[in-house]
Ligand binder design. Structure first.
Ligand code: RP5
Length: 181
């Protein structure tokens, strides 16, 4: 599931068969500020795939590729995206700028890529001034995984198949917890 080119579209999904997976329309966009963020953001795509939700994984930076970012986010809703996940490290304004450009719900994942180990990104992502919300998850891979699950929970409100997949995910997760160590 590696990104081969920085701006290459990746579509993931877990539809019943391979052909369906290839054509599944992405409903969740997973944006990241650098290709170096992919190792951290991958759990978001993986958990969405497990739930049968196709995602569109893109690298775009609010400061290094602002035109690419603006073009993608302003067209995302029209392109069928329901939720945007944005992960970035350092000053981490990607999620906030994304939220400013769309009415779609935006989930932010602070990435631990800086000397401050993501604390800077957490504060930058979570401390949006009132008016433009970013739903901020935990720093790093756990935050990315939970961003995927939260995106699924948002979709599940109107999509019974996603709701069922999410319920089964929870059941499997519960079953994996042993009674004793
Ligand atoms: C941020 O700067 C990115 O989100 C990444 O976490 C960090 C470092 O990027 P690279 O220098 O590895 O491209 O914008």
């Amino acid at each position: 599931m590696a990104i081969r080119k920085a701006d290459k579209t990746r579509k993931t999904g877990a539809a019943p068969d391979k052909a369906a997976r290839r054509v599944a329309k992405p409903r969740v966009a997973i944006l990241m500020g650098s290709a170096s963020d992919w190792g951290t953001m991958k759990p978001a795509a993986e958990v969405l795939e497990q739930l049968g939700i196709a995602s569109d994984v893109r690298v775009m930076s609010a400061h290094r590729t602002p035109a690419r970012h603006h073009a993608y986010v302003t067209k995302a809703e029209a392109n069928g995206i329901d939720v945007i996940i944005a992960g970035a490290g350092g000053a981490a304004h990607l999620a906030g700028v994304t939220a400013a450009l769309t009415l779609l719900p935006v989930l932010g994942v602070p990435i631990d890529s800086s000397p401050l180990q993501g604390l800077d990104a957490l504060l930058a992502t979570v401390q949006m001034p009132g008016g433009i919300p970013v739903g901020t998850l935990a720093i790093g891979k756990a935050g990315a995984k939970n961003a995927g699950l939260l995106a699924a929970a948002i979709l599940a409100r109107k999509d019974p198949a996603v709701r069922t997949a999410l319920a089964r995910f929870r059941e499997r997760q519960t079953a994996l917890v042993p009674e004793r160590p």
